[in-house]
Design a protein around this ligand. Structure first.
Ligand SMILES: Nc1ncnc2c1ncn2[C@@H]1O[C@H](COP(=O)(O)OP(=O)(O)OP(=O)(O)O)[C@@H](O)[C@H]1O
Ligand SMILES: [Mg+2]
Length: 497
């Protein structure tokens, strides 16, 4: 039997980088392939070549043994049944969920020259049903959380009954329950013969779902191995080329005075009487199932939501935050998880993206002191080990993990005592994650207070000094870091302890 898909000597170069370097691989029907590699290893570029989003510099793509010409994503879908959920969000934020689902296919819903919205909505609901998604298809895409948007894209791809389904970091924003639901769907598709390529930095998930693990490094495939008795350590070793110890940094030995405290924070139907305190030098994680108010709480503290009640105190003094400017003035900064929408301007350089939020610090009489800008940005790039060919490189060409660091760098230059971080490690490779945990600890050690929503269990268990579990807009449980087992923590998510 011919392979469902194979590539021979596939190569893609960009000025100064060989993103995919002479890759030869084959994918069989009814198998799930886990594709892993460090940030910038070339995974997404390989996917872009397979789907027709980018043209290879060299090499061939074969579908069932026949050479394929894939000139666009559309052609890849229609002619060859290759459907992908891309890593970067490609939604159009101002269109509705339904319009996004059928983007480019609107003509199906034309009747007598008019769009019949009732048909469009009904069809969209059908699409979402497959993943049991309860999302209003009429709502604007921009109203959805990052996770919900991802789920919409996954549902859309699955609905097309692809022969080859590719998920590029699609589970990064998802919670465990959603991942489990998705995995059972993937297993169903696999039974029916679909070939699935699953890319993730969550190695545990990769090992859970894949039949074969493919490891990329510096654009090349360095290992392709049946998933039998494979351990995470082994995969990391293949990814990096050396043995790496994945250890979380030590927790704070002691923390300082209370810096931020919230009393009775209310947000209509979303946050229900939240009180908490955050100490100097402390890292506190918000945890729980997804969508229990964790992100809204961070946004509310930063002034992105109008509170319906409650008080915010900074070092014991009541402060008023009605918009982000008030928060920033008070030394509170927020790093959004909407990297592609809210944090970075993709066509601007690393330099401009990092410096843009702190321009007023460097400007005098309306002129920006360029020398200072360059110096401060260079220091920050160094501190966070941002890997870009140069600071003048546009951020859209950086790999996912490096984009995340650029967003963090931007806010670190703004400065502030309290850092609110919304899923800062999503899409980041294991090693960079460890680096980032160390950076966060280092920042806490220098007196910053960090309140962060984390979605991955190992990091919730191992990073923070305290864990606050949220459910239905309230904090229902508090654990001291290191004093809770995974089982107990998960049980608390469901409210059963
Ligand atoms: N359009 C582009 N122009 C220039 N360089 C690019 C472009 N797209 C990707 N690159 C570079 O190619 C390399 C591979 O990037 P790619 O996005 O494929 O990595 P990845 O393995 O998907 O990483 P991540 O895990 O962070 O998503 C990186 O060095 C990246 O900066
Ligand atoms: Mg990628």
């Amino acid at each position: 039997m011919n392979d469902a898909l194979s590539v021979i000597g596939l190569t893609k170069t960009f000025p100064g980088v060989i993103a995919v370097n002479n890759v030869t691989l084959s994918f069989k029907e009814g198998k799930i392939y886990g594709l892993v590699g460090e940030n910038g290893a070339g995974k997404s570029t390989l996917i872009k070549l397979l789907t027709g989003a980018e043209k290879p510099t060299k090499g061939k793509i074969l579908i069932k043994g026949e050479q394929a010409e894939i000139n666009s994503v559309e052609e890849g879908e229609l002619k060859y049944g290759i459907c992908a959920v891309f890593q970067d969000d490609v939604s159009i934020p101002l269109l509705s969920v339904a319009e996004n689902i059928f983007l480019g296919k609107e003509s199906i819903f034309y009747k007598n020259g008019l769009i019949t919205y009732s048909l469009l909505y009904r069809a969209s609901e059908e699409v979402l049903k497959r993943l049991n998604l309860r999302i209003d298809v009429k709502t604007q895409m921009s109203n959805l959380s990052v996770a919900e948007r991802k789920l919409v894209h996954i549902a859309k791809a699955v609905y097309k009954n692809p022969k080859i389904l590719i998920l590029d970091e699609a589970t990064a924003p998802l919670s465990r329950t959603e991942v489990e639901r998705l995995f059972s769907l993937l297993r169903e598709l696999k039974q029916k013969g679909t070939t699935i390529i699953f890319i993730s930095h969550r190695l545990r998930e990769v090992l859970e779902i894949s039949d074969v693990v493919i490891v990329m490094k510096d654009g090349k495939v360095v290992a392709e191995i049946e998933n039998v008795n494979l351990s995470q350590d082994k995969v990391v070793e293949m990814m990096t080329g050396t043995k790496v110890e994945l250890a979380f940094p030590k927790r704070a030995e002691k923390v300082g005075d209370i810096v931020l405290s919230l009393k009775g924070i209310k947000l209509d139907n979303i946050l229900n009487n939240i009180s908490l305190s955050l100490h100097e030098g402390e890292i506190v994680a918000l945890a729980g199932l997804r969508g229990q108010g964790q992100e809204k709480l961070l946004e509310a503290i930063f002034g992105l939501e109008k509170l319906d009640g409650g008080e915010i105190y900074l070092s014991g003094k009541r402060i008023d935050i009605s918009e982000p400017a008030d928060a920033i003035k008070n030394g509170i900064i927020y790093v959004s998880d909407k990297r592609d929408y809210e944090e970075l301007w993709p066509t601007l350089s690393v330099l401009k993206n990092v410096s843009m939020a702190s321009l007023n610090k460097r400007s005098r009489f309306g002129f920006i002191k360029l020398k200072n800008e360059m110096k401060e940005v260079a220091e920050m790039v160094d501190f966070l080990a941002i890997r870009a060919p140069s600071v003048l490189h546009e951020t859209m060409y950086l790999s996912g993990g490096n984009k995340q660091k650029v967003a963090l760098a931007k806010w670190l230059l703004v400065g502030g005592k309290v850092m609110l971080l919304n899923k800062p490690t999503d899409g980041i490779d294991v090693m960079t994650k460890m680096e980032l945990y160390r950076i966060l600890r280092d920042l806490a050690g220098r007196g910053k207070s960090i309140l962060t929503y984390l979605s991955e269990l190992p990091e919730v268990l191992n990073l923070p000094d305290r864990i606050l579990v949220m459910r239905e807009g309230a904090i229902i449980k508090e654990f001291k870091g290191g004093a809770v087992s995974e089982k107990e923590l998960l049980a608390s998510y469901y409210g059963s302890v």
